[in-house]
Design a protein around this ligand. Structure first.
Ligand SMILES: NC(=O)c1ccc[n+]([C@@H]2O[C@H](COP(=O)([O-])OP(=O)(O)OC[C@H]3O[C@@H](n4cnc5c(N)ncnc54)[C@H](OP(=O)(O)O)[C@@H]3O)[C@@H](O)[C@H]2O)c1
Length: 207
């Protein structure tokens, strides 16, 4: 594919779902800024994304750190600007009821029964994304929510430490969805929520 000269930031791109999305965007000709905390696996992943001819900048750091987020943005500026931000990085954090959780750490988490903090943080992220979609519409910026579904990744194994998770699909199962999503007109999907593994490609979820 010809380079599109478009630039994407993908957080949490050293493995799992983020690496799948980075590969989809590299194949579509995007230049990439990829982030994660651990430098060595991030650089290894970045080198693999460059094989499709993209320029790839690896920026290590914690997305909870404002300075690290600023480094991601400046790396995108150096590549020419920012067209797509994939807000993917997340950790499972402490598992347990929300009532037992240390509130100041909530900003770092993602909402599921028994995984109070994780679920509450994902619910907050969804509302933030919908709010941004509304507030930024007039400025030509779109924002959409994607639930990728259960996938066989490190995070999923951490969520089910004693379970054999080999029946869960690899994150590559979401590739058709991402290719479809990046073909859409951004303004037409802004504020929407999608399920990347929905059957029969009925990805849009009106909730
Ligand atoms: N797997 C599932 O079943 C599932 C289901 C629903 C939703 N999701 C969501 O899908 C997304 C990707 O999850 P995954 O399963 O692919 O997880 P994963 O395999 O554990 O990968 C997480 C990625 O994010 C990076 N990361 C984690 N915390 C970070 C931080 N604070 N700052 C910067 N980078 C960070 C990790 O690298 P470092 O550790 O080096 O930082 C890694 O590259 C997450 O938002 C998750 O909540 C996953």
């Amino acid at each position: 594919m010809q380079p599109s000269n478009r630039v994407a930031i993908i957080t949490g791109a050293s493995r799992g779902l983020g690496a799948v999305i980075a590969r989809v965007l590299a194949r579509r000709g995007y230049d990439l800024v990829v982030g994660a905390r651990n430098r060595d696996p991030l650089e290894e992943a970045a080198a693999s994304f460059a094989r499709w001819g993209s320029r790839v900048a690896a920026v290590d750091g914690d997305v909870a750190d404002a300075a690290a987020r600023a480094r991601l943005v400046s790396a995108a500026r150096e590549l020419g600007g920012l067209d797509v931000l994939v807000n993917n990085a997340s950790e499972l954090g402490a598992i347990g009821p929300l009532i037992d959780f240390d509130v100041p750490r909530l900003g770092r988490m993602g909402a599921y029964p028994g995984w109070g903090p994780y679920g509450a943080s994902k619910a907050a992220l969804e509302l933030l994304t919908r709010t941004l979609a509304t507030e930024l519409r007039g400025r030509g910026v779109s924002a959409a929510i994607v639930d990728p579904g259960n996938m066989r990744t490190r995070m999923h194994q951490e969520a089910f430490p004693l379970e054999d998770i080999s029946d869960r699909p690899q994150p590559e199962v979401t590739e058709p969805f991402w290719n479809w999503l990046f073909d859409q007109t951004p303004a037409e999907i802004s504020g929407e929520r999608f399920a990347a593994q929905a059957e029969d490609a009925r990805w849009l979820q009106r909730v």
